[in-house]
Design a protein around this ligand. Sequence first.
Ligand SMILES: [Zn+2]
Length: 147
Amino acid sequence: MPPPRVVVRRSPIHGRGLFANRDIATGADVIEFGGALVPWSRVRLHRERSGETAAHTFLFDVGDGLVIDGGRNGNSARWINHSCEPNCEAVLDGHRVLIVAARNIAAGEELFLDYQLELDHEPDAEEAALYACACGAPSCRSTMLHI
Ligand SMILES: [Zn+2]
């Protein structure tokens, strides 16, 4: 069996991160974003009850009012950090999300996605700070939000 493509390690950017365990070619599948497929309405309800706000980054909008919650039955894809110049991209396949290599990735590189998070309201200062980006890319737009 070939070694796994990815491995979770401590990230220099933020908490844990997902890293390439071997070379990955442009366009190759990296990992499927695993998790429970649930309606947004249920996620909001849960969040209001628990007071959670930072869980956004484990959520993947797949359209039709549905979201994949990587915090429930998820896999290591939920550890992929945000970058404004990512080396991976998310491809929707129905209600599944496949993470594929946006360029050639060398073994040992941390894997990144551009989260392009969409809020249903204008973020206040506290929220804006929560989604601040410090990825260090030359084109960093300073936020993980879609602008
Ligand atoms: Zn950035």
